[in-house]
Design a protein around this ligand. Structure first.
Ligand code: GAL
Length: 334
């Protein structure tokens, strides 16, 4: 897999040992930003099932997008005597204190899908997030109008999520040369706080108020925001006429793609991530070696990391990818 993230160096599969004692039935704390989106429910369920199949137990907390609550959740998990802490941070900059408290209690920490900055985490597991952004923008680049610049709007994700910046970076890699070549005109762009559809809808409303309805494509960074984008387009009577990207292969997004109101999504095989995290969590709890394939600098250290690959999906390959993998059922998509 190609990786072009800053401060990241590819290693052969490397193993590290922790100094923690062996545990009979490890207890893993899972602190999630939110459970409102389909993907995080699936991550929780897959992770929990795998940990249980390995003889462990999971205690789940969800912070409902609130930093103070996520810090409290983590403190509560620490005081319940968990052996390993797995975190999906709401805000990758705001949890250093909570991670420090876990490390002081000798609890190893895994950053799950989103990086936590400037603190001592043991492992970071995610997807190739730059590639996600590149594939979203490439879809638009492959469907440019003839003889004029495409009018493109971008709806980025939560500015508090490091991934949202990486998706933008990937999009920039593809879009910027096309802007320079006069093939794309970026007419409007903004960040959707907390990845909320209602915030994405407001961004599209503002884009239309300012520039009119002549939009060729909206690069939405995930399916949650794509939902709000499509809602705005439906209200303007132009849904289906504008390319809309997404990410996560959520059920609602796959349905929109088959109906034609969204154009593509990015399929991220979550099971690989969740299973890897579960195995690593149990290994860390038992003091076993954990394997990783890369490192990434989070401002504190070079964190051992693993990046899973992603797949671009539209209506033509949905059957061969998302459905064939059992990620969504064909019967649910009717
Ligand atoms: C990102 C994640 C995406 C998407 C988004 C909104 O961090 O990588 O898959 O789910 O959050 O929750």
């Amino acid at each position: 897999m190609k990786l072009r993230l800053p401060c990241l160096c590819l290693l052969a599969v490397v193993c590290a040992t922790t100094g923690f004692a062996s545990k009979e039935k490890p207890v893993i704390g899972l602190s999630l930003d939110t459970l409102k989106e389909e993907r995080w429910q699936r991550d929780r369920d897959t992770f929990t099932a795998k940990v249980e199949s390995l003889g462990g137990k999971v205690i789940v907390q969800s912070a409902n997008g609130d930093d103070t609550r996520q810090v409290r959740d983590i403190e509560a998990l620490i005081s319940r005597g968990i052996d390993v802490l797995v975190i999906v941070p709401h805000n990758g900059e705001a949890l250093n204190r909570a991670v420090k408290a876990a490390k002081e209690a000798k609890i190893p920490v895994i950053a799950y899908d989103r990086l936590i900055m400037n603190c001592d985490i043991d492992l970071y597991l995610t997807f190739d997030n730059v590639k996600v952004g590149e594939l979203q923008a490439k879809y638009v680049a492959d469907h440019l109008p003839e003889g004029r610049a495409a009018r493109v709007v971008r709806v980025f994700g939560a500015p508090t999520d490091n991934n949202a910046k990486l998706f933008k970076q990937g999009q920039d890699n593809v879009v910027n040369p096309l802007v320079a070549a006069g093939k794309i005109n970026l007419v409007f762009e903004d960040w959707a706080q907390d990845w909320k559809p209602e915030n994405a809808k407001k961004i599209v409303n503002a884009a239309i108020t300012r520039n009119g309805k002549e939009i060729d494509a909206i690069i939405a960074s995930a399916d949650s925001v794509a939902g709000g984008v499509v809602q705005a387009l439906l209200e303007e009577g132009i849904a289906g006429k504008v390319i809309v990207t997404g990410q996560d292969a959520d059920l609602a997004a796959c349905r929109r793609i088959l109906r034609g109101t969204q154009t593509m999504t990015i399929y991220k095989p979550l099971k690989k991530l969740a299973d890897y995290a579960a195995i690593a969590a149990i290994d860390l709890a038992k003091g076993n070696k954990i394997s990783f394939t890369a490192t990434i600098d989070n401002g504190f250290k070079k964190v051992p990391a693993v990046f899973q690959d992603v797949i671009s999906v539209d209506k033509d390959n949905m059957q061969a990818t998302v459905i064939a993998d059992g990620f969504q059922k064909a019967s649910d998509l009717k």
